[in-house]
Design a protein around this ligand. Structure first.
Ligand SMILES: [Zn+2]
Ligand SMILES: [Zn+2]
Length: 127
């Protein structure tokens, strides 16, 4: 059993060691990845021990990075951590945003057309 502070310290260090900063502000995960969904998109995955429990679970690295960046140990149910930069392996806190799946999905359109159409109430994509 360990506390939230221990959780943040432990995994902040781990993410730093397993990533590479790019000039454009992205920080790419260089650790283990796996493919998900029909699209076969590649996500970083990590097995973590969440604070206040002995349970270990595998979660998306960008979700872990988001929790560490925002200083919270959970992600609200029903929401997704999206990539404003459209780079699935990016774990830069500034490029991650918590939002409904519908908004996240709309970002695919921006990626496709090469510019951000804007997302009412949510930050623009980082292009
Ligand atoms: Zn990025
Ligand atoms: Zn956009």
């Amino acid at each position: 059993m360990y506390d939230e502070q221990g959780f943040f310290e432990r995994y902040r260090k781990h993410l730093r060691e397993k990533s590479r900063a790019e000039n454009n502000g992205c920080v790419f995960w260089t650790g283990a990845v796996h493919k998900t969904g029909r699209s076969g998109s590649v996500y970083g995955a990590i097995r973590v021990q969440l604070p206040g429990t002995c349970a270990r679970r595998t979660i998306g690295v960008h979700r872990l990075a988001f929790m560490i960046d925002r200083g919270q140990c959970y992600i609200a149910r029903g929401l997704e951590v999206s990539h404003l930069c459209h780079q699935q392996l990016c774990i830069a806190g500034k490029h991650l945003n918590l939002e409904p799946p519908s908004v996240n999905k709309n970002r695919n359109i921006c990626k496709h057309i090469g510019r951000c159409k804007g997302h009412v109430g949510y930050p623009k994509c980082v292009m």
